[in-house]
Design a protein around this ligand. Structure first.
Ligand code: PGA
Length: 251
């Protein structure tokens, strides 16, 4: 059985005090029999204080990005070993905002995955199509290519430490989320792509989570789809009440 994964991607929001307040509010709400694995993904600058605040809780910490290089003269970058040392267990790789705003291509995304895994991080690889791609009927081709190129050269063992986030670019931060059936169709296609790239067992074990304007209202029907194993939540993770409601929708 795949345990549901609910991750909150705070993007470039929350100062350190605001991050701590949100963590505090969330921890007060979450009970010990939380139905999902919960991951908080604050900005880099809050990671250290967040790790301290989360000590002893079941909530995991993740980072929004990492360098594809291990160390050295790479001004402004953060390495996988730094993320491990601050207490991160997860890292996002290939978010569409990184692909679009910072020109990250599948080659660099593949390097980032390899670097993350070599240091022991779990990676969440984000894939998704634009509205133009969808209208042109290219959704599955685009995502198939992102998976092939992004995962190139990664072993079966490495694949076991990767989750996939399906995030239709047109649904991110727009208030338009994919209909549960539309999302399920793509998740199923992703699982079948993983099955041919790896094997059916690995495909079955891999968590494929949905992201794109997930809210407390939209999450129950999305989370009840057979191939949707959780959510990557942006805007609605910035508020303790709405993020808690999304976590609880897993029940
Ligand atoms: P959103 O962001 O929930 O605000 O659409 C999701 C994401 O980009 O991970």
């Amino acid at each position: 059985m795949r345990k549901m994964l609910i991750a909150g991607n705070w993007k470039m929001n929350k100062t350190i005090p605001e991050s701590l307040q949100l963590i505090h509010d969330l921890m007060r709400k979450l009970d010990s029999d939380c139905p999902a694995e919960v991951v908080l993904i604050p900005p880099f600058i809050s990671l250290s204080s967040a790790a301290e605040a989360l000590r002893g809780s079941d909530i995991q910490l993740g980072a929004q990005n990492l360098s594809h290089l291990a160390e050295g003269a790479v001004t402004g970058e953060i390495s996988a070993s730094m993320l491990i040392s601050v207490g991160c267990r997860y890292v996002l790789v290939g978010h569409s905002e990184r692909r679009n705003l910072f020109q990250e291509d599948d080659t660099v995304i593949n390097q980032k995955l390899k670097t993350a895994l070599s240091e022991g991080l779990h990676a969440i690889l984000c894939v998704g199509e634009t509205w133009k791609d969808r209208e042109a009927g290219k959704t599955k081709d685009i995502i198939g290519n992102q998976l092939k190129r992004g995962l190139e050269g990664l072993s079966l063992m490495e694949m076991r430490k990767i989750s996939i986030a399906y995030e239709p670019v047109w649904a991110i931060g727009t208030g338009k989320n994919a209909q549960p059936g539309q999302a399920q169709e793509v998740h199923e296609a992703i699982r079948s792509e993983l099955s041919s790239q790896y094997d059916p067992e690995t495909a079955k074990a891999t968590r494929i989570i949905y992201g794109g304007s997930v809210t407390p209202d939209s999450s129950p029907s999305l989370m009840s789809q057979p191939d949707i194993d959780g959510a990557l939540v942006g805007g609605a993770s910035l508020d303790a009440d709405s993020f808690y409601a999304i976590i609880n929708a897993v029940k």
